[in-house]
Design a protein around this ligand. Sequence first.
Ligand code: SAM
Length: 414
Amino acid sequence: MSTLPTPSFDDTKHHLRIYQGDCLEILAAIPESSVDLVFADPPYFLSNGGITCHAGKMVSVNKGDWDKLPGPELGPVRARFEKVHEFNLSWLAACQRVLKPNGSIWVSGTAHVIHSVGFAMQQLGFKLLNDISWVKPNPPPNLSCRYFTHATETIIWAAKNAKSRHTFNYKLMKDANRGKQMKSVWEIYPPEAWEKRFGKHPTQKPVALLERILLASSHEGDLVLDPFSGSGTTLLAALRLHRYALGCELSAEFLSLSLRRICSNLVQVEISVSVLEISFASLDFPVDPPCNSVDRSKCAASREGLCRGRASARRASASERLCSAGVLSARVSSRASVAPFAMRRGICFSYMSAQLQLVQLERRFYFIGRADRRVIFSVLADSLEEARQKFRASGRSDSDALFIIQTETSIYLA
Ligand SMILES: C[S@@+](CC[C@H](N)C(=O)[O-])C[C@H]1O[C@@H](n2cnc3c(N)ncnc32)[C@H](O)[C@@H]1O
């Protein structure tokens, strides 16, 4: 067995690690039967000159070189698809080797790749458990008008082999579905604006989808592997749900995006903890009510009256962010530089440069309610006046707020 390279990101406190490189090489160095759960979102191989609709405009499908079908030098289409199938067979076999006997794997994909994935799983002796239809409530229109609008992605869930006794948190899923068995059709919005504030990945998955998957099929402290970690969504969900996680990513650009997303979440947790102490000592704030991060789908949102159109969905996501990141009901002004912070928390970055790069600067305003002294509204804004305008625009009056807390967070990539 080869040795693992030095990880590009290693947070020993939260057990999160990302390796930059080809997952086939990295997987070969991971010990056999050591991983509880795999989530994989492999290349779709659809960046080959087609067109799609983005933000109402016709654009070419070009997600990057990593998503291109092997070139014409490989001969006819059949040979190229055989190459893709060979690739799917090899990374799936590598994942199967590192899965524990009772471990399971989820693989998402569109029609371009998912049939090859499913067939490869059958060839390798995985036990197919479910194929989930992830329904996107607001898909872009089909511009050619020659097909139905593409509104779903398939996610195959499979156990390591026929003998596996896979984890399924049945009751948790049933409770999240108002006491009814959860179906294999999941209606979940694609990533919202707040999930892309550090940059975009062309095939980024929503955190809510990964949270559902992790909650359904793993326990706290389990090790989750994502061989194509992209913008780090799986690692972020693992951090929020107290799972350990390991990612592989080829691209330095997407690796850096993952770090920005994960570090921001770590900083939020750090700030929250310090606020808890201040809150109880001086202000006597209650903490936010526990957040139900089990089901953040469209249906769950509408059940709670949070999902009346895009604007209200955005409001929901703001409170979700507070709740599910473990952020408490108030915060204090704080500056955090990832480098010293990382050292305090036992995070080490392999590449430290002399120049710190400011990757995020945000000012957030928390409006504490007069009636119950909880956060009743929070918003990102450049000034207090802008925040107050947004507060009023949300339908509240000035007198609803007892006071306002401003926090400022600067994150530097070392
Ligand atoms: C479909 S995207 C995954 C997106 C991810 N689920 C997210 O939420 O951001 C696939 C990713 O795999 C990476 N990739 C492609 N081939 C790879 C390989 N052989 N080893 C590691 N990463 C690879 C690509 O750079 C891309 O970021």
